[in-house]
Design a protein. Structure first.
Length: 335
């Protein structure tokens, strides 16, 4: 077993909270967060103490209010060293800010993340435009230390802070016709210089998707923070998806739209190169990329003389938790 999920932290389907209670609870939380603004800095500092050298950056009241009862180490990648913060925030793929690994850290500060809303639409009972406070008013922050495996054959181990995606799905009440969840990244050419490049091959905005049972799986996370602090812009602030058993490009960043749809959505990389990138994108060492093997990976940090190469694990080491989702599928074809 490669991860630990305490029994009390398991995600279970439950009845949706009545709207009147939800709204009153939300008003209470907002009031408490504002009243407690004076203690916000100590809360952030306490979170940052978990990761020495990580600055306690400013955060909105709703996030600060959640830190006090956050469930630290709710899921842990056993036997894994956490990737240094500097590596996780300076080596990124986020093509909206440029094609090079250092471009997101260099340019993502141009993205305005407050205020931020997410449009929920499609086959759902409660469509609308939600603030992050609206989406997570009832939720408890959980820290999930997950492996992150890029399709380019490098990997990291990152401590995320977030909420189970299943909680959001249950809150907005998808209809029975909804079989997939489609996600969309912000498209703001004025703030995302990579989208203005005439050399970009991506048809913006960036789109990803999950099957409904994947979205409801307990490991699927909507992340709002990492290393005990708010997400940096280059890592997908203020809201990103984390699906640890899939290649990193599935974990879409800076989400502005979540749609519940009948048909499998056509995702960005699948549209660009279907012979190289499938819809499922499950980590599989036995299925090579057309241009390189996926059997091995380079764990960051590393160097030319000490590259830190290791064997890739099926489903990125989460096979015990997720293999049943694909029991009837041929993973060499449904990749």
């Amino acid at each position: 077993m490669l991860i630990r999920i305490p029994a009390g932290g398991d995600c279970h389907e439950s009845e949706v909270t009545p709207e009147a209670i939800y709204r009153s609870r939300r008003r209470f939380i907002q009031g408490a967060a504002l009243a407690g603004a004076a203690v916000g800095v100590p809360l952030l500092a306490r979170a940052a103490e978990q990761y020495p050298g990580v600055p306690a950056s400013p955060a909105p009241p709703w996030f600060v209010g959640k830190l006090g009862d956050a469930r630290w180490r709710a899921v842990v990648a056993q036997g894994e060293a956490i990737t240094p913060y500097a590596d996780a925030t300076q080596y990124n793929n986020f093509y909206e800010f440029g094609p090079n690994k250092g471009d997101p850290a260099r340019y993502a500060a141009e993205l305005k993340v407050e205020p931020w809303t997410v449009l929920v639409d499609g086959e759902v009972e409660k469509p609308g435009r939600y603030s992050l406070d609206d989406l997570f008013a009832e939720g408890q922050l959980e820290e999930r230390i997950y492996r992150l495996r890029c399709v380019e054959a490098w990997s990291m181990v990152i401590p995320w802070l977030g909420f189970p995606l299943a909680d959001l799905v249950q809150m907005v009440r998808p209809l029975s016709a909804a079989k997939f969840v489609r996600f969309e990244t912000a498209y703001r050419p004025d703030e995302m210089r990579g989208t203005r490049s005439s050399f970009a091959l991506i048809d913006w905005p960036y789109v990803e998707g999950l099957r409904m049972d994947e979205a409801m799986h307990p490991l699927s996370l909507l992340a709002v923070g990492m290393y005990g602090r708010m997400l940096p812009n280059q890592n997908g602030a203020p809201l990103r998806l984390v699906v640890p058993w899939k290649y990193g490009f599935k974990s879409i960043k800076s989400i502005v739209r979540i749609s519940f749809v009948r048909e499998q959505p056509r995702t960005t990389w699948q549209s660009m190169a279907p012979e190289e990138y499938g819809f499922y994108a499950n980590v599989n060492p036995q299925v090579s990329h057309p241009r390189w093997s996926q059997a091995r990976e380079r764990r960051l940090p590393g160097s030319l003389f000490s590259p830190n190469v290791r064997d890739t694990l099926l489903f990125n080491g989460y096979a015990d938790q997720v293999a049943d989702l694909y029991a009837s599928m041929d993973l060499t074809k449904d990749y």
